[in-house]
Design a protein around this ligand. Sequence first.
Ligand SMILES: NC(=O)c1ccc[n+]([C@@H]2O[C@H](COP(=O)([O-])OP(=O)(O)OC[C@H]3O[C@@H](n4cnc5c(N)ncnc54)[C@H](O)[C@@H]3O)[C@@H](O)[C@H]2O)c1
Length: 433
Amino acid sequence: MGFFMPRRVARQGVTSSLTFCNFESMRVLVTGGAGYIGSHVVRALRLQGHEVVVLDDLSTGHAAFVERNGVPLVEGDLGDPAALRRAFGDYGRIEAVVHIAGKALAPESVRDPGPYFATNVTGPIRMLDCMRKHKVERIVFSSTCAVYGTPPSLPITETCPRNPISPYGSSKLAFEFALEGYRAYGLRALPLRYFNVAGASDDGLFGELHDPETHLIPNLLRAAVQGSPFKLYGTDYPTRDGTAERDYLHVEDLARAHVLALERLDSLDFNAFPGALNLGTGRGVTVREMLSAAEAATGRKVLVGEEPRRPGDPPALVADPRRAQELLGWRAEHDLESMVGSAYRFHSQAGFEGGSMRNERRLKFGELAIKAGYVGDHAVQQALKTQRERDGIGESHKLLGLILLEMGAISNEHLIDTLRRMNEASQRLKKVT
Ligand SMILES: NC(=O)c1ccc[n+]([C@@H]2O[C@H](COP(=O)([O-])OP(=O)(O)OC[C@H]3O[C@@H](n4cnc5c(N)ncnc54)[C@H](O)[C@@H]3O)[C@@H](O)[C@H]2O)c1
C-alpha cells in the first residue's frame, strides 16, 4: 500500500489548456496499464492525484513501465476470476475502471479471430460483472476508429455508421454494445474511439514498443536509423500525394483526454450525445508526409520500397473531434514534429526493436534464483505452493527465499546473492515520481 498517495484529496488540477475544479481523487483500475497507451494514462492519472492499480497479463506490455509509474501491478488475464479478485479486492475500493487492455492487430484478427473475441469481449464482460459485484459504476473504454470501417464521408463524426471491416473492429464494437446494455445496471460508460496514436513521453521514459511493430512512426524511424527498406503500401489512393491518410494523435494528448473523461463521467448526459467520443486532431497526415517528418527528425533518408495497396486499408481516416472538445474541454495540443521527435528520442534510448524492453522488468526472486542456477523450477513451484498455503504471510519475494532456505533448496550464500541481484535490478529501473 506504500504506493498510494493520501486519499480523498479534493484538489485543483491544472493542465496546459485547462483548469479543473476540485475533483476528488479516485482509486482507478487501469487494465493494460503496462502497455504503450496504458502506461501514459497511468502516469497522467497519477499526476492529477489519482491512485492507480494496474491489471495486465504482460502479453504485450512491459512491467518496467508499471515500475516507472510506481503503482501496483496485478499480473493476470482480465477475464481470470482470480486476477479480478485481486485487482478489485487487494488494494482498497476501486472507484472507476479505465479499460485499455486488448488485442489490437487488425490483419492478425482476420487470420485468427478467436483470441480477439476472447480478449476484447468475453474477458471484459467478466470484468463488467465483477465491477457490478463490487458496485463500481464508472468505466472509460479504449475503443477505436476501426469500428467505422471505411467511412462514407470525412471527417468521421460519432454518428457515422459503425461498420467494422475486421474482427478486431467488430470485437471492439461488440464491447461498446455490451457497455450500452450494462447502462441498465447504472453503469456510466464512455468509449473513446482513438484514431492513430503516436509519439512518446517528452522525457523518453514511456513509448511504443510492440513486437511485431505495425505502427507507422516506429517503423519509419527504424528504417531511417538502420538503413533498412521501408515498405510503402499503396501509392494510388485518392489523396493529395497518393498515399494513405490518417489522423495521428500524440499519446500524451490522448492520456489527458482519459483523465478528463473520468473526471467528467458523472456529469455527462448520455442521452444527449451518441454515447462515445472520437479522439483525434481533425487533421490528416499522409504516409509520405510522415516519411518526410521522420527524415527531418533523424537527419537520415528513408529507403522506400513501393508496394500495392493492402486489402482492407481505407484511403483516409480523419476524426471530427469537436464533440470531445465540447464535452471534455479537450483538444490535441502536440504537432507532428513533437510526435515524431518524442518517438525518436524514446527509441534512441529504448532501442528500435519492438519489445526489446520486455526483459528489463524486475525479475521475481524465483526467476532470478533459477536464472542464476541456484534452484530448480520444481523447488520454486513447491515454495510458491507453501507460501500460498500459509495464511496471511503475503506474496513477498524475500519470504519465498526464506521458504526455499527452510526447504533446504537454496544455500544462505545463494539466498543473499539472489537478494543482491534483485536489489540491483530494481535500482536500474528508474522511477518517475
Ligand atoms: N495504438 C493505437 O494507435 C490504438 C488505436 C486505437 C485503439 N487502440 C486501443 O488501445 C488499446 C491499447 O493499445 P496499445 O497500443 O497501448 O497496445 P499495447 O499492446 O501496448 O497495450 C495493451 C496492453 O494490454 C495488455 N493485455 C492484453 N491482453 C490482456 C489480457 N487478456 N488481460 C490483461 N492484460 C492484457 C498487454 O499486456 C498490454 O500491456 C488497445 O485496446 C487498442 O485496441 C490503440
